[in-house]
Design a protein around this ligand. Structure first.
Ligand code: KIV
Length: 267
């Protein structure tokens, strides 16, 4: 039987084995993902878009995230469960950051938290780690900054931007994070950052040289026909599969073929 994955196991994978991280937000998906022996389940604030139908992650609240993290941890996965701190749950103050990170462990059973940004949230990162809560960083395209960036754009392009990205990664490492997500960063920049760090990087749209990869589960399953960014590989076409099943069900109900005898209770 598989042993629970710890933060120390994730650190130990650097240079040894690529780290597999996938998002999940509900119990059904968490059970399937955990059966595949993934290393990390990220309960991302992408939940706002894929579960709640929001246009971006800015409307996600702590209460929404606590609910999704609870749905996942109730299945008792062996994968490490990381909870994403939503917009305004940590930027506002150091005490807010510690209290909200703590809620994920105390109320929802997560083992670590993730937050976006480097230097500008470094005091929050240090304080959360001082409270013995492991932290994963997130640099590059940080979706909570979508309006400051003027859209979802590749980050770290050009010498100065790449230098700043690396500086922020080193600062996060120095503050004690156990790994860093690099999102939508040019491959050579992600390579240089990954090589400069002793902790693992997890890439999404950051090329093959990161120490691990993460995808949103609905994206890799092909559940959203409209969303096709360059960095997503579809391993299934579930939109089509689910649509065909629902069509067949509707046809059988309307035609009287369902329920058949075998679906009915006898006296
Ligand atoms: O919210 C999320 O799902 C994320 C990943 C895409 C890294 O932050």
């Amino acid at each position: 039987m598989r042993k629970p994955v710890s933060v120390q196991d994730i650190l130990g994978k650097k240079g040894n084995q690529p780290i597999v991280m996938i998002t999940s937000y509900d119990a059904t998906m968490a059970r399937i993902v955990d059966e595949s022996d993934v290393d990390i389940i990220l309960v991302g604030d992408s939940a706002g878009m894929v579960m709640a139908g929001l246009d971006n992650t800015l409307g996600v609240t702590m209460d929404m995230m606590v609910y999704h993290v609870q749905c996942v941890t109730r299945t008792k996965p062996k994968s490490l469960v990381i909870a994403d701190l939503p917009f305004l749950s940590y930027q506002t103050s150091v005490p807010d950051a510690v209290r909200n990170a703590g809620r994920f462990l105390q109320e929802a059973g997560a083992q670590a938290v993730k937050l976006e940004g480097g230097q500008r949230v470094i005091e929050q990162v240090r304080a959360i780690i001082r409270a013995d809560i492991p932290v994963m960083g997130h640099l590059g395209l940080t979706p909570q900054s979508v309006h400051a960036f003027g859209g979802y754009k590749v980050q770290g392009r050009g010498e100065e931007a790449a230098r700043l990205l690396k500086e922020n990664a080193l600062m996060l490492q120095e503050a004690g994070v156990f790994s860093i997500v690099l999102e939508c960063v040019p491959t050579p920049v992600a390579k240089e950052v990954s090589e400069a760090l002793a902790i693992p990087t997890i890439g999404i749209g950051a090329g093959p040289h990161c120490d691990g990869q993460v995808l949103v589960i609905q994206d890799l399953l092909g559940m959203n026909r409209e969303f096709r960014p360059k960095f997503v590989k579809r391993y299934a076409s579930l939109h089509e599969t689910i649509k065909a099943a629902v069509d067949a069900y509707a046809k059988e109900v309307r035609g009287g073929a369902f329920p058949a005898d075998e679906h009915c209770f006898k006296n």
